[in-house]
Design a protein around this ligand. Structure first.
Ligand code: PMP
Length: 435
């Protein structure tokens, strides 16, 4: 059956809750996915940034099949051998005293749980988060999501409202404080953020939520000095620093966790997409001392699927693959190659305004010209459509919030030759869009 007829069935039966591409995907293998018309694509968004070990990895698929024949589910008042092994593995892979996990399914849920923890620990209700941050679409996680547009219009206020601090977006520093051609942050945004915090709240939040690399917000990398200062402020306020590594966790940025680039340790780490490798597993990892406090205060959190054996077995297999196949190092190396290639394209094409990112978490801005830096969303859509036609899926969704920014997040298994092939396709798309 062709993609066209599948799409007709999709329209007839499924609520069209967001833009859907006209190609219908059917199977995948490694970095490649195939549609129902038999066309092959390099998947440079890893599904929804989850398939970090690529598609249909045999060890991952076998672990899921084996567990499906053993024990899929248990009551949430029990624990089981898979959940215990996953918790141990997560503790072993996290640095320092980030040793205790609570498991859920989605990234939104992990941030909801982190919110409940921060409130119980501090006895406070206000939280701070960043403009352009994305933490989910459930009520609490959406309340700390600093994005408007399609996410917000028509839904009214959600709970709890966060105080939003401006993100350190160096390329487009809203305060013109940064050296626009350099990579350093003048921290002017933080001064303004603190002023807003003092004027609109008690100034003593329960927690500050950040992504080290904002993804939906447009691949904004928090400068290490900015993050270190926020860590210091959290300590001063007695607030918890919550780092959301839904996308960056487990190697994507060329280090096991993105916070390791700055040496800043979170109090609470939320993990999802890359933890499960494709199945829905998320975790909230807390420091030992915090876990003891939560337990003493009778912290209650649960869900029908907390740490399900099937999900835990899949996540465990995914983490073993990341370690055994040296995927963190591969992300660093192939990421450097891709970053260099994108920099080269930036030099060649006036419509590529900025290239940024860490490891295999990269992005570039499509602009009208380097001089004006005016965001060019339609051109970005053209570039993306050319790529898709030529067999490369990249992170650009028509109608999304950061429309002129293209994200590149291939599986951590991506080879140098796949990266080179992607750069060729991108080059040709940029040439066509520029002409
Ligand atoms: N946090 C971050 C950083 C994310 O990128 C996402 C998903 N895009 C979420 C939270 C929400 O995860 P989910 O869609 O699994 O609820």
């Amino acid at each position: 059956m062709t993609s066209k007829s599948w799409i007709e069935r999709d329209r007839a039966s499924r609520l069209q809750s967001r833009y859907t591409f006209p190609e219908v995907l059917e199977r995948g293998n490694g970095t490649l996915v195939y549609d129902t018309d038999g066309r092959e694509y390099l998947d440079f968004v890893s599904g929804q940034v989850c398939a970090v070990a690529g598609h249909a990895h045999p060890k991952y698929a076998d672990a899921i099949a084996k567990q499906a024949h053993t024990l899929i589910q248990r009551g949430s008042a029990f624990t089981d051998t898979c959940q215990i092994q996953l918790a141990e593995k997560v503790a072993q892979m996290c640095p320092g005293d980030l040793n205790k996990s609570y498991f859920a399914c989605t990234g939104s849920e992990s941030n909801e749980a982190a919110l409940r923890m921060a409130k119980l620990i501090t006895g406070r209700h206000e939280v701070a988060a960043l403009v352009r941050g994305y933490h989910g679409l459930t009520a609490g996680s959406f309340g700390i999501t600093g994005l408007g547009g399609v996410f917000r219009e028509g839904y009214g206020p959600m709970q709890p409202g966060a105080v939003f601090l401006p993100a350190p977006y160096v390329y487009r520093c809203p305060f013109k404080g940064c050296d626009q051609d350099g990579d350093s942050c003048a921290m002017t945004c933080l001064e303004h953020g603190l002023d807003t915090l003092r004027r609109t709240s008690s100034g003593r939040p329960a927690a500050v939520f950040v992504e080290v690399v904002q993804s939906a917000g447009g691949v904004i990398v928090l400068p290490p000095e900015w993050l270190r200062e926020v860590r210091r402020l959290c300590d001063e306020w007695g607030a918890l620093l919550v780092i959301d590594e839904a996308q960056t966790g487990f190697g994507r940025t060329g280090k096991m966790f993105a916070f390791e680039h700055s040496g800043v340790m979170p109090d609470i780490l939320t993990l999802s997409k890359s933890l499960g490798g494709g199945v829905p597993v998320s975790a909230v990892v807390v420091r030992d001392g915090l876990a003891a406090e939560l337990e003493a205060k009778g912290y209650y959190q649960s869900s029908s699927h907390t740490g399900d054996p099937l999900l835990s077995a899949a996540a465990l297999a995914n983490l073993m693959i990341i370690e055994e196949e040296g995927l963190v190092e591969n992300a660093r190396k192939v990421g450097e190659l891709l970053h260099r290639g994108l920099e080269q394209l930036r030099k060649e094409y006036d419509i590529v305004g900025d290239v940024r990112g860490l490891g295999l978490f990269l992005g570039f801005e499509i602009v009208e010209s380097k001089e004006t830096r005016t965001a060019a969303s339609e051109l970005a859509e053209t570039v993306s459509a050319h790529c898709q036609r030529d067999g490369l899926l990249i992170g650009h969704v028509p109608g999304a919030v950061s429309e002129n920014i293209i994200r590149i997040l291939p599986p951590l298994t991506t080879t140098a030759s796949e990266a080179e092939r992607a750069l060729e396709i991108l080059g040709s798309a940029l040439a066509q869009a520029s002409s």
